[in-house]
Design a protein around this ligand. Structure first.
Ligand code: DGY
Length: 321
């Protein structure tokens, strides 16, 4: 029987399905394996299911001579060195499609929470701040309906975010390196136009060297003083230190953030601010969607190890003879 490694605690149903096909080495834990533990446990494995905090690079691959497939339980795959996988003949897969709507819901959750200062207002209410009802209360926020929404990265999730904006009568603009054809009424604009004209800016780009600090001090300076920034994509797309400075100086209206540089060790500057809403990388975290992601990754793993092309193969040049 072929051996596979599952690097993190997942749904028992998915593990049971794998166990029907393979000998499963299950790291039934929420803590990540260290790179050296990963290397040891991969030494005799034909397949692995990994999550976004497991780094799969040339050094780990060198310790995994029998590995044929690495099935990421995420759509983003910046944790995987694809070129190194191809060079080692290891197929890499991800989980596109199944998390679009749930992640778009999360974008809207953060957008509206930031616009109406929901988390800060909740804290104030709990801690006895509400002594009298005021017309000009401290929570005067921004309207989402009728506002301009700017989406940076109009992929599948960006389109799901844009669709929801129709119900809020929003003007939707977007920026991609190349304009898309399927955008549901959104208009392509230059990045600086998007930054200057949007009331809400949503980042939906993958992380890479090309998108590292896509939003830094210069970009934040172009935003309206009332605008809100939402990042549910990846840490590193935003320069967190620059964002903290902009929020502290009230140069922008607020931010809703699900992803961070160096997460889970956040820049402590965020904790001092009441104009930022913070969540712990839970964009895809509904029970149904996490189950769909794990199932999709298992489908990819099983296909690859039973002589089929996995449905979500990222590196077709990697097929090992
Ligand atoms: C993804 O799939 O890339 C998400 O960030 C993980 O939930």
């Amino acid at each position: 029987m072929q051996k596979v490694l599952v690097t993190r605690r997942l749904f028992p149903e998915v593990i049971a399905r794998l166990a029907g096909n393979f000998e499963v080495d299950y790291h039934d834990d929420d803590q990540a394996l260290t790179p050296s533990e990963l290397a040891v446990r991969l030494s005799d494995k034909a397949g692995m299911m990994l999550v976004l905090t497991d780094r799969l690079d040339a050094s780990v691959l060198a310790a995994a001579p029998a590995l044929k497939v690495a099935a990421n339980v995420a759509v983003g795959y910046n944790n995987i060195d694809l070129a190194a996988c191809s060079a080692a003949g290891v197929m890499a897969t991800n989980t596109p499609g199944v998390l679009n709507e749930t992640t778009a819901d999360m974008v809207w959750t953060l957008m509206m929470a930031s616009a109406r200062r929901v988390v800060a207002a909740d804290k104030w209410t709990r801690t006895g701040g509400w002594q009298s009802w005021k017309f000009l209360d401290p929570w005067l926020g921004q309207d989402v309906h009728g506002a301009t929404l700017g989406i940076v990265g109009m992929g599948r999730i960006g389109q799901a975010v844009a669709r929801r904006a129709q119900g809020f009568d929003m003007r939707v603009i977007y920026h991609n390196r190349t304009p898309q054809t399927e955008t549901g009424g959104a208009t392509w604009v230059e990045k600086n136009t998007l930054l200057a004209e949007s009331d809400f800016i949503v980042l939906m780009v993958p992380y890479s060297t090309a998108t590292h600090h896509l939003i830094g001090a210069a970009e934040l300076a172009l935003m309206k003083p009332t605008a809100h920034l939402v990042n549910v994509a990846r840490g590193g797309v935003v320069d967190d230190a620059a964002l903290i400075e902009a929020l502290k100086a009230r140069r922008i209206g607020g931010a809703g953030l699900d992803v961070f540089e160096g997460e889970p060790a956040l820049n402590p500057g965020f904790f001092e601010l009441d104009n930022v809403t913070l969540t712990p990388h839970i964009g895809s975290s509904s029970r149904a969607t996490r189950m769909a992601m794990a199932t999709c990754a298992a489908d990819n793993l099983i296909a690859a190890l039973t002589g089929h092309t996995p449905p979500n193969l990222l590196n077709p040049d990697a097929v090992r003879q």
